[in-house]
Design a binder for this molecule. Structure first.
Ligand code: PMP
Length: 306
């Protein structure tokens, strides 16, 4: 297939890519009652290394809680399945996508009779917003769509159906010629990107919204906060950031498993800082890439070697 991989793990079995199918009356297909994860595995001197696997697994199980999705495989089983997918397909680095969802029983909204189906796919995936974006930064626009509030849909759960919000924001941004969107929350404060958390730099200090702003508290976000603090920066975790502060920020950047650390060079056509990757972003990004490519022994417990 086009992704250069031919195996998917589905409900306990390794199946051929084209045989990994579901019924059209799958509950999760109709109502979005599923949860997923996105994880990266990096190419290192000691072989492929999965970044913060335990934290991603923990979030996967936690994501299911509001929906009573009990994933019928334990951590060891999901770990072995993932590692075997990577080994059997000789991947040096890849993106890992576990998903769990209510399958077919009947289509009442209450899913309690539906089986929980689980699958894991892995595939090679480069820079999410492009290699150039990592160097030059991206042009983003504040979305006319708001981020849903955590009083409406849990935002600390990676719920499949909830990603229609992200899709709307992405389509709008791309349609208007921007690379990515920024969502404000229901209160009108800065929340996050469709698949990224956001950081702001002002006067040498770093600010990022927290869970109270209806965001997903990303694992890259957590890693970047740790790395930035270890570099000596003050990080205001849980900051309230207004839309207008975006325009006057010294620097802005996104973080995420897919986006890694991506500078933002403009918001709504307003140049941020010098309109390119800023010095604080550069230092943090460089350190982050040193960490994930294991050019340092620091943060060794963030890695699981396959
Ligand atoms: N916010 C949203 C809405 C996301 O989908 C993601 C990607 N999982 C993130 C933030 C970043 O989270 P992480 O660093 O854990 O990938």
């Amino acid at each position: 297939d086009e992704m250069d991989v031919d195996l998917i793990w589905q409900d306990g079995e390794f199946v051929d890519w084209e045989d990994a199918q579901v019924h059209v009356l799958t509950h999760g297909l109709h109502y979005g009652t599923g949860v997923f994860e996105g994880v990266r595995c990096y190419d290192t001197e000691n072989g492929p290394a999965i970044f913060r696997w335990e934290e991603h697994l923990e979030r996967f199980y936690q994501s299911g809680k509001p929906y009573d999705i009990e994933i019928p495989f334990d951590r060891k089983e999901l770990t072995e399945a993932t590692e075997e997918l990577i080994r059997r397909q000789d991947l040096e680095s890849c993106y890992i996508r576990p998903v769990a969802f209510y399958g077919y029983d009947m289509l009442g909204l209450n899913p309690e009779e539906c089986p929980v189906e689980v699958a894991i796919a892995v595939w090679p995936w480069g820079a999410y917003l492009g290699e150039e974006a990592l160097e030059e930064g991206v042009d983003v626009a504040v979305s006319s769509w708001r981020k849903y509030a955590s009083s409406q849909i849990p935002t600390n759960s990676k719920t499949t159906g909830a990603y229609v919000n992200s899709v709307l924001g992405s389509l709008e941004a791309k349609g208007n010629g921007y690379t990515e969107a920024i969502f404000l929350n229901k209160e009108g404060n800065v929340a996050e990107g469709p698949g990224e958390n956001i950081f702001l730099v002002r006067d040498g200090e770093i600010y990022t919204p927290g869970l109270a702003e209806s965001i997903l508290e990303g694992i890259t976000r957590d890693s970047v906060i740790t790395v930035a603090e270890d570099l000596g920066y003050t990080v205001h975790d849980g900051a309230t950031i207004s839309r207008s502060e975006l325009y006057t920020a010294d620097e802005l950047f996104f973080t995420g498993t897919a986006a890694e650390v991506t500078p933002i060079r403009s918001v709504d056509d307003n140049e941020i800082g010098a309109g390119t990757k800023g010095p604080v972003t550069d230092e943090i990004q460089e350190r982050f890439f040193d960490v994930i490519n294991r050019r340092t022994d620091d943060y060794e417990d963030w890695f699981r070697y396959v």
